[in-house]
Design a protein around this ligand. Sequence first.
Ligand code: C2O
Ligand code: CU
Ligand code: CU
Length: 501
Amino acid sequence: MNLAGSLTELIMVKFNRRQFVALGAAGIGAALVGNWLRRDISDRSVTSAPVNSAPLYQSSNGLLELDLEASERPVNLGGQQAYLLTYNGQIPAPRLEAKPGDKVRIHFTNNLSQPTNLHYHGLHIPPTGSADNVFLRINPGEKFNYEFDMAQSQAAGTFWYHPHLHGLVAEQLFGGLAGLFIVRGKEDEIPEIKAAKEEFLVLQDFSLDERGRLLSSIHMSLMMGREGDVITVNGQVNPSFSLPAKGLLRLRILNASTSRFYRLSLENHLFYQIATDGNGLNEPIEVRDLLLTPGQRADVLVKGNRQPGQYRLLNLPYDRGSMGMMAGGMMHRRGMMSRNDRDVPRVLATVNYQSPVESLALPTKIASISALPEPQTVRRFELNHGRSPAVGMAFLINGEPYRSDLIHIQVKLNSVEDWEITNRGVMDHPFHIHVNSFQVISRNGQPESSFPTWRDTVLVRRGETVRIRIPFHDFAGKTVYHCHILDHEDLGMMGNLMIDA
Ligand code: C2O
Ligand code: CU
Ligand code: CU
């Protein structure tokens, strides 16, 4: 197929009429398109490599058990030697797979030069003891055995694990420490989904110096949230995936980047989203551009119903706000994206058609999510940044930066609450809660979708108010909620949540 032609078609779709009018003369529009194409083609000079099957640990006889070591290691990143922070030497970390009801045992060793710990993002497991306990501190050279049981009621879906020691989360995640945690369950047995070709896409960005060393935090715009100029999918630059002609491709996508948002689009194809974060939707939703904030996941199906050929998975520009003057100065630091680079699409991966299979239809029904009962309590949260007497410039929730010695919110086990989150700042913030998923009730007073959906991370754009409904069930104990731009979390946009039995 003609790639340039299809891209022009894509651009026509992306720019609505008003934007074209705003651009003025057609000549300006053409110049812009030309520029866009040129940049895009330069991205293509990177040869697309086939995707390696990522290392995998699966549970058997109800037990998932493995050794996991965090350490700095040399790895090959898009053809370049890089020294990254890894689990078991791998970027991304090994994929873990278990089933509801399984026991999980992870023999963890910290060989980093900093303390760390593990968080199981999205899993509904206890926040205490040796489970999803983000208050543990595992010092360099120390070992810790994580052990927990997953409930039979654990949702099947795409979850992940990463470090969560407050103050070091962004730095360690940006070093590469992240991996998928897949729970297999009934959604995987739906015939159309089972027959689809399954691929996992872990999106990570990195900033390296000439010697392949990670750029240190002082070179990054932490207020904006650090972004790297090397964007990888499964640790590779522009890998390729194959899509069976007439068949279905199931992409399970994780945004494991520290601050970068992705707005994904596959040339000439639509996505049929079947899960948000770790939870199946009632029915597939057609999506043209798939926005994923840091921490979020999406499971989508792609139909192989186009002319066989090569199609590019693009990351389209998205404006998540900025710190104004301040960010302008910082953005030009080494390894950071310039404003200009933010405004063009980038090629993330290439999808190739392969030989046809028997034609596959989309599933019609996936999960059955029922709406939660009315809340017993409504709380309000205001997100902003500002000065705090104690720490200087900080990110704040209800006017305060995080304090480890406080309980910010106390809730009752087996209650349902509404949290109304208002963003009064100049940047978008993805709001995340540990242990319990929630339903998004409304955005600026408008319902988000025609049926209830579950999430564990919700985007609250600048100026927006988002209302979520949270059932606190099964597990008591202390945990956290925070912005998943992890620099914001480290700079104070977090709170301690106590769930009282
Ligand atoms: Cu993915 Cu508290 O984090
Ligand atoms: Cu989490
Ligand atoms: Cu934020």
